[in-house]
Design a protein around this ligand. Structure first.
Ligand code: MG
Ligand code: MG
Length: 249
């Protein structure tokens, strides 16, 4: 375990990477509507990132072909953007990484295509996963431990009857997209690494509305739920402070 604490200058670069990523997310949200393809969204994200003299973190990472990971409905993680067009009522999770001046930002959001009223049950699911993420961010404060983040996330998910996909974790990030520590999305609290100021983390609950059992498709990347029920991801990255995670994106 080697946790790399960032100095003031490094944090400033990471804030900027986060700003580019947030701008990219806003551009995407403006274009997410029925009929657009996942590949078109991917191209838009890459164009936006490069406009800021930044690079997509995921493209080429272990051979991944996309700028985005796009997950529709029962897809859990690592979805490759393809020709499929999104439809009203789809639950779409979009994960994106930006590398700027040597440092990464990593964040994900989910939407109901066409608006929450197109599928209120999916909207409720997505809202709960986001609520769990925010509980995890609040727990990411100086003096707590990594297990407190996972415990905070798990409480919100379990209370609402959903399942954490336990194989996937949050992580540290900085010069590398994935650094120590691993951040499990479940407890117990009070265990794991002690959180200190300057620790940069990506917190990312990955949650299923059904059993949480998953399998990888034959493309070698896309992970789906075994029972075909929905999955949803939200992710923020930022720095540990006395008040919780200062969110970069
Ligand atoms: Mg991510
Ligand atoms: Mg991540």
């Amino acid at each position: 375990m080697k946790i790399i604490i960032k100095n003031t200058e490094e944090l400033e670069i990471m804030r900027k990477a986060g700003e580019i990523l947030r701008t990219t997310q806003e551009e995407l949200k403006a274009q997410i509507k029925a009929g657009i393809s996942l590949l078109e969204l991917d191209a838009l994200a890459e164009k936006t990132i490069r406009k800021f003299k930044a690079e997509p973190s995921f493209k080429g990472y272990k051979g991944f072909p996309g700028t985005l990971c796009t997950m529709l409905n029962s897809e859990v993680v690592h979805g490759i953007p393809d020709e499929r067009k999104i439809k009203e009522g789809d639950l779409l999770s979009v994960d994106c990484g930006v590398k700027f001046n040597g440092f990464h930002a990593d964040a994900a959001f989910s939407v109901i295509v066409g608006g929450d009223e197109k599928n209120p049950a999916r909207a409720e699911f997505s809202n709960i996963v986001r609520e769990a993420l925010l509980a995890g961010c609040r727990a990411a404060k100086v003096g707590n431990r990594t297990g407190d983040i996972g415990s905070a996330i798990e409480k919100v998910i379990v209370k609402n009857g959903y399942s954490i996909c336990r194989e996937y974790t949050g992580h540290g990030l900085g010069r590398e997209l994935h650094e120590d520590p691993h951040l499990f999305n479940y407890g117990p609290g009070g265990q794991g690494e002690r959180l200190v100021a300057g620790m940069t983390l990506a917190i990312e609950p990955i949650v299923a509305s059904g059993s949480g059992k998953v399998k990888t498709l034959s493309d070698g990347w896309t992970v789906v739920t075994v029972d075909g029920r929905d999955a949803c991801q939200w992710e923020h990255c930022g720095v540990v402070t006395v008040n919780g995670l200062e969110i970069f994106a």
